[in-house]
Ligand binder design. Sequence first.
Ligand SMILES: C[S@@+](CC[C@H](N)C(=O)[O-])C[C@H]1O[C@@H](n2cnc3c(N)ncnc32)[C@H](O)[C@@H]1O
Length: 258
Amino acid sequence: MEDSHSNTAAVQATNDDASASKLSCVKKGYMKDDYIHLFVRRPVRRSPIINRGYFARWAAIRKLLYQFLDVEKKSDEDPPIKKQILSLGAGFDTTYFQLQDEGKAPYLYVEVDFKEVTSKKAALIETCSPLRNKVDETAVISREKGEVFSAHYKLLPADLRDVQQLSAIITHAGLDPSLPTFIIAECVLIYLDPDSTRAIVGWASQTFSTAIFFLYEQIHPDDAFGQQMIRNLENEYISHFHSILGSFIKLELSFPDI
Ligand SMILES: C[S@@+](CC[C@H](N)C(=O)[O-])C[C@H]1O[C@@H](n2cnc3c(N)ncnc32)[C@H](O)[C@@H]1O
């Protein structure tokens, strides 16, 4: 946890980059997302290779999420299967709002990120009616705490490098470790040191009895997609860029067989 403040800010800013790229992808018709524009202040047009890369990422997670959410009870007499989704480093991801529209939202959807990010997301949920309408009327929204607390959706702040904070989230959010749980780590663990990543994966396997751990990360910084992504990050966050590139390289060195 010895990262400087500026590195942490650079890692948080990758969320803005992801949101802008998703919006670019939506505008070109690669994917549907009726909410992402609410999270982007400066829309940008990405190159086709980035749009395609984001489409692949979106399609991969969608396919697996639907497989998980569509598993049905075995007989009519059985009660409906309660399911949970836990999104680590969720950023401004809008999957919860989309699943609500599709009538597929699980019993409980929990999102976790740094407080600086969850505070901004909580503020947007509070003030944008398309988002506000998707959490129940009695939801408690606190920008100061960076929290949204509703019956089926919870947004909470935590530093993923501190596994004890993750354990506290289980209780605070009302996650039931015995329920089927889909854990999302989408372009997040790459920004952590390998020991923290190992600790999170170990924590998840010890905590949940039936879980899917969905991991999607950027690798191969020297292929065409990697090069373009690095150029984008370089243009937007020039002063912190090397710490981000360092994350890619650390990942490749620590897990060379991926
Ligand atoms: C590239 S964004 C991805 C956001 C989202 N998962 C998506 O796919 O759109 C990385 C996110 O991970 C979060 N993150 C990185 N390290 C974190 C940590 N130690 N604790 C909490 N969040 C973290 C950042 O704040 C950021 O929102």
